[in-house]
Design a protein around this ligand. Structure first.
Ligand SMILES: [Zn+2]
Length: 439
């Protein structure tokens, strides 16, 4: 770090941020995002957290459902809150739990304000939008500590940051942080002046991963804005396709993840950001091959983690239906046939986060002949099973609209097969996600 040129604005940022943190809702160390698209799985999901707690790990359930998902299903955020509250009451869960307004912006936040206490401010669309040149100039002048050789504990070589890089990054991200602040302020005002919620800033839905120096500059800008950020979702290297494993260089991911952890703790100290600030991995569900490096990193550093796995639940419902056989299996086949028929429209909103090889999708006729076991093997994310089909899995992952359109037929099937579905949901969360990550 530069020993000279200490900037007198530092204590101000710290003071401002420390004051904000006295009133914010403190985010628990480990938060785990679960999605409950049809507001039917909260009990089974919560059972996994209960089981993890018995194993000695405190994980805070964080129900998340994005605006896009609500729109596709035609549901309201309040329904997610009601389902979560009921599960918590029924199971006597005494720990914390959170409701995440996932990927919201100023245009979509309104209906999330009352039911939610965790807000993922999505600034991806604003990245690259030009900020006022005067603001950029002010930012650069205020942050001389960012320019030069910056030593970050936990990163071997000092970061070499040029004035140009600070300027470039500010050009790229400053406007986005200003917009994040505008959303944050809007939520506080709408909540009657209270910021009794957790704030996340997400930048994962962008083209390029953020390098450590960029992360540091972004966090400085977020601190300047006075956003009491407790989780940040960067874009990591590799593909985070929906419902399937990570595709990319695991070693590089591990390096990035560790570097980001180091940057976060540096920024907490330098700018007075909340001590609870942690990384958020918008996993798109089931990124099993990066769980081990994540676990190693959080164990080594004592860092917290927020992980989103939202889409898993809906697929477990379909797996449960297929497992149950009979009418339920027929319904699962019908869902596949309809999803196949409508695949272009279903895939379109998710184009950047799926990679489906359409030649590997079985025809509806073929699937109609499947036994329960064949359907379950194709859909269950078990890479050691030769019949597992990642293409079927991704198509069904984005195919929940089909079930939504079935209305009560689908919901009644969930009720009729509650026991087997719940077993799938709990088992999946506990065995495939929580144990590898936290236990
Ligand atoms: Zn995301």
């Amino acid at each position: 770090m530069k020993p000279d040129g200490i900037d007198i604005t530092w204590p101000d940022i710290k003071l401002q941020n420390n004051l904000l943190q006295q009133i914010m809702k403190t985010c628990p160390k480990f938060t785990f995002g679960v999605g409950d698209r049809f507001a039917h799985g909260a009990h089974a999901q919560l059972q996994a957290f209960v089981a993890a707690k018995k194993l000695g790990v405190d994980i805070c359930p964080t129900w998340n459902k994005s605006n896009r998902e609500h729109e596709i299903i035609g549901s309201e955020p309040q329904s997610t809150r009601d389902a979560a509250d009921k599960a918590v009451a029924d199971l006597g869960w005494s720990g914390q739990y959170l409701l995440d307004a996932d990927h919201i912006n100023l245009g979509t936040v309104d209906r999330f304000i009352a039911p939610c206490d965790f807000f993922t401010l999505d600034v991806a669309d604003d990245i690259g939008e030009a900020a006022d040149p005067a603001d950029i100039e002010t930012f650069i002048n205020k942050h001389s500590e960012l320019i030069g050789s910056v030593t970050v504990e936990g990163i071997e070589a000092p970061l070499e940051i040029s004035r140009e890089l600070v300027e470039q990054t500010a050009n790229q991200f400053l406007k986005a942080t200003q917009k994040a602040k505008a959303i944050y302020d809007y939520i506080v005002a709408a909540k009657g002046g209270s910021d009794d919620f957790v704030t996340e800033v997400s930048m994962d839905e962008t083209d390029k991963p953020q390098v450590p120096a960029e992360m540091l500059i972004i966090l400085a800008a977020i601190a300047d804005q006075g956003i009491p950020i407790q989780t940040i979702a960067p874009k990591f290297t590799g593909r985070f396709n929906k419902g399937v494993d990570y595709v990319g260089d695991v070693a590089q991911f591990e390096q990035e993840f560790n570097d980001d952890l180091a940057i976060l703790s540096h920024a907490v100290k330098a700018y007075g950001l909340p001590e609870t600030l942690k990384l958020s991995v918008h996993s798109g569900s089931d990124k099993f091959s990066i769980y081990e490096p994540i676990k190693k990193a959080i164990t080594r550093t004592g860092a917290g983690l927020h992980i989103k796995t939202a889409g898993t639940n809906w697929l477990e419902e379909v797996i449960g239906l297929a497992t149950a056989g009979g009418d339920a299996l027929e319904l699962a086949k019908e869902i596949y046939a309809k999803a196949l028929d409508k695949k272009e429209a279903l895939c379109e909103p998710y184009a950047t986060v799926i990679d489906i090889d359409h030649s590997q999708l079985p025809s509806a006729e073929e699937v109609n002949d499947w036994t329960s076991e064949q359907y379950v093997s194709a859909l269950t994310h078990d890479q050691s099973n030769p019949n597992y089909n990642a293409n079927v899995r991704q198509l069904l992952h984005v195919g929940f609209k089909i079930a939504a359109q079935m209305g009560d037929r689908y919901l009644d099937a969930l009720k009729a097969n509650d026991e087997v579905i719940s077993e799938c949901v709990t088992h999946n969360l506990l065995e495939r996600h929580m144990k590898p990550l936290f236990v």
